[in-house]
Design a protein around this ligand. Structure first.
Ligand SMILES: Nc1ncnc2c1ncn2[C@@H]1O[C@H](COP(=O)(O)OP(=O)(O)O)[C@@H](O)[C@H]1O
Ligand SMILES: Cc1cn([C@H]2C[C@H](O)[C@@H](COP(=O)(O)OP(=O)(O)O)O2)c(=O)[nH]c1=O
Length: 225
């Protein structure tokens, strides 16, 4: 019997540690026989990657930014995420719609009601049930104080348009994530991302073991060095 697809997203402020763990988790799933698609937003298709370049580099107002992000998201859902889920794969996506509510909504102060409308438009009509809005099965939230994230990022890479924002911006973004998690506690798994890397990995894998999506052995091995 084929297994149902799993759509898992990773969220948190820039520098929270998401990217450090996604490939390790993909390897853990693969070692247990699952086919995994790893992707990211904005991005994940040729069109969406072009839109990503614009969103990360060109100045624009918050509505334009939100429209481009949701356009990229729909293309990504249509061409990558929905087909992979239909094949029963595990889809691991570095950021998704919670990032839009956190960055454009809480961070830039854009209207949350408009974002909810765009979310419904962009994420409906693609899954097998035409009226159903696609959402992640699980969202792993790397929760980290903005000051710690800024320290980790200092010197680590050239900042994009968002990473160059002041710490107050990231405080609002972090609160945006907290609000999203409070509104959908059954979908969110919060990790204490301030811990050492191997401890974050342990927290991460135990979430998947508890859900029955990974066997217990991977909770004690693997992960980033
Ligand atoms: N638990 C951790 N403790 C200390 N530094 C970390 C930890 N996890 C990641 N880092 C470092 O912090 C920086 C940001 O991590 P990254 O995974 O790129 O974050 P994100 O993808 O969330 O922006 C990188 O330099 C990474 O090596
Ligand atoms: C998905 C998404 C990302 N972003 C921002 C957050 C990040 O600063 C940036 C790119 O995200 P990310 O891929 O995490 O960048 P990196 O791997 O370089 O850390 O885009 C939004 O503002 N809204 C969104 O909906």
């Amino acid at each position: 019997m084929s297994r149902p697809g799993l759509f898992i997203t990773f969220e948190g402020i820039d520098g929270a540690g998401k990217s450090s763990h996604i490939e390790g988790l993909a390897a853990a799933f693969r070692s247990q026989g699952r086919t995994v698609t790893v992707s990211r937003e904005p991005g994940g298709t040729p069109l969406a990657e072009k839109l990503r370049e614009m969103v990360l580099n060109d100045p624009m107002d918050a509505l334009t930014e939100s429209l481009l992000i949701f356009a990229a998201r729909r293309d990504h859902l249509r061409n990558v995420i929905e087909p992979a889920l239909a094949r029963g794969e595990v889809v691991l996506c570095d950021r998704f719609t919670d990032a839009t509510f956190a960055y454009q909504g809480a961070g830039r102060g854009f209207d949350l009601g408009v974002l909810a409308t765009l979310e419904r438009l962009a994420q409906t009509g693609l899954a097998p049930d035409a009226d159903w809005m696609r959402e992640p099965d699980l969202t792993v939230w790397f929760d980290l104080a903005p000051e710690v994230a800024a320290e980790r990022l200092a010197g680590a890479r050239v900042p994009d348009r968002f990473e160059a924002q002041p710490v107050e911006f990231f405080r609002r973004v972090a609160q945006g994530y907290a609000d999203r998690a409070a509104a959908a506690p059954q979908r969110f798994a919060r990790l204490d991302a301030a811990q050492e890397r191997h401890r974050v990995w342990q927290q991460l894998t135990s979430v998947f073991v508890r859900k029955g999506w990974l066997a217990i052995m991977v909770a004690t091995q693997g992960g980033p060095q």
